[in-house]
Design a protein around this ligand. Structure first.
Ligand code: SF4
Length: 440
């Protein structure tokens, strides 16, 4: 039996979550992933998902009388361009699990079509961006936190499950230049309504009432200013615990707040983040303190960056007047779909059918739907046209932005299935065809 030749690719960046771990080692034989070292379970699974399987699309598909039929690229692109050109208000959504050049092509296509351009920030850290635009943000890189932070607060996030290697690479167990004893040199606080697995390994767990983070943040700010609050507890947290936390924060050498969707998507939304940023800023009267969002999709930060370079705005952009207008809430995908104001959609590298409200998904499925997606999802299964791309960061190179806005180069570790195009190439073909149909 012939011995398989194994190629090992080093320093691979994991294209799954916003931690963008850049130390993976991937073994490839016969153009298949056979081993991934250093990755966590969810990151490793994505590499294996790129191997041929019954769930992977390897040809463009067009729905004819309720079932998918294989099509040539020319035919599928022509039909997709037809749908987009005929639509009065097409939505282009997703973009957070692909690389920056493809995102830029998405902006170009949305502008040519006069459509709506949105990315997944509109359902995750959009409120973070709104708050940062309002009050600025004192922030830094994950490397700084690794080397310096001795107080780490996880607020409304659960990295043990959502960003598994964040703790061992940057925030909890890792040894840093000034934190030589790793975990023993750090005090970890978790603030969350749920007793999560991250809470269970913290030094201090503060269980806040659901959707009462805003009150707690402002209570800490008041205590820092020396205000005596005439209450026994706030947001379900005793005054003693709030004072203990304020003292810990004031007396550390270098503190950081990492926050997640527990803060961005609970009742006060961007006002929570506004208060968290102001708290961070005020803590700098006592010590060094910074704040960083725990971004989910591996390149959602890149999507915000690329949209902003091109249009001035990070998400929820409307091109219907020929120039970009920004108004989250009015031009956000979920709201537009709920009001049934979209008459065709192009979904790229995302699965809105799995996480948008049912009523908006129902309206999305009423109108023509094109997806650029490598494998079966609830969105793709209900599409009219499926354009299957190569996996960015596995089957093609590109750039992605880590959660702290540090850009990293994604590596190619294997070839895409024969004939498969990259996200960027598919979007370029769509742009060309749309221009042709519009006579531009
Ligand atoms: S923590 Fe995130 S980036 Fe790192 S290996 Fe796991 S999924 Fe990939």
């Amino acid at each position: 039996m012939a011995v398989k030749k194994i190629k090992t690719v080093y320093d691979v960046v994991c294209p799954f979550c916003g931690t963008l771990c850049d130390d993976l080692e991937v073994d490839v034989a016969d153009n298949k992933i056979i081993e991934v070292r250093n990755g966590c379970q969810i990151g490793t699974k994505k590499f294996f998902a790129s191997n041929p399987s019954e769930h992977r699309y390897e040809k463009p598909l067009i729905k004819v009388k309720g079932s998918f039929k294989e099509a040539s690229w020319d035919e599928a692109i022509d039909k997709a361009a037809d749908i987009l050109v005929k639509a009065k208000r097409p939505l282009l959504y997703g973009f957070s699990s692909t690389e920056c050049d493809a995102q830029s092509k998405g902006v170009e296509l949305a502008e040519i079509l006069g459509g709506i351009l949105d990315n997944t920030a509109s359902v995750c850290h959009g409120p973070t961006i709104l708050a940062e635009q309002d009050v600025g943000v004192p922030t830094s890189t994950l490397g700084e936190y690794k080397n310096r932070a001795d107080l780490v607060i996880f607020w409304g996030c659960n990295p043990v499950h959502a960003h598994p290697r964040h703790l061992s690479r940057y925030s909890e167990f890792v040894r840093g230049y000034f934190r030589k004893d790793g975990r023993n040199d750090r005090f970890i606080v978790v603030i969350d309504p749920r007793n999560t697995h991250t809470a269970q390994i913290a030094d201090l767990f503060i269980q806040v009432n659901p959707s009462e983070d805003y009150e707690l943040l402002n209570a800490i700010r008041a205590i820092l200013r020396g205000v005596e609050l005439d209450e026994k507890e706030i947001s379900g947290v005793s005054m003693e615990s709030i004072k203990e936390l304020a003292d810990k924060a004031k007396s550390c050498n270098f503190g950081v707040i990492f926050f997640g969707m527990g803060l961005t998507q609970s009742l006060a939304h961007h006002r929570n983040i506004d208060a968290a940023i102001c708290l961070t800023r005020e803590l700098n009267d006592h010590t060094k303190f910074l704040i960083t969002p725990m971004r989910g999709h591996y390149n959602v930060t890149g999507a915000n960056q690329v949209f902003t370079w091109n249009t001035g705005y990070p998400y929820s952009i409307d091109f219907s007047r020929g120039y970009p207008r920004y108004n989250p809430g009015e031009f956000s995908s979920v709201e537009l779909l709920l009001k049934d104001q979209i008459d065709a959609s192009l979904m790229i590298s995302s699965d809105p059918a799995s996480n948008f409200p049912a009523a908006s998904v129902k309206n999305m499925f009423k109108h023509p739907l094109i997806v650029i997606e490598p494998h079966q999802t609830p969105t793709s299964e209900n599409a009219d046209i499926i354009l299957p791309p190569a996996y960015a960061g596995i089957e093609c190179e590109g750039t992605a932005y880590r959660m702290d806005s540090v850009p990293l180069r994604l590596r190619k570790v294997k070839d895409a299935p024969k004939g498969i195009l990259t996200d960027k190439e598919i979007l370029e073909k769509l742009i060309e065809k749309v221009k042709e149909k519009k006579g531009e």
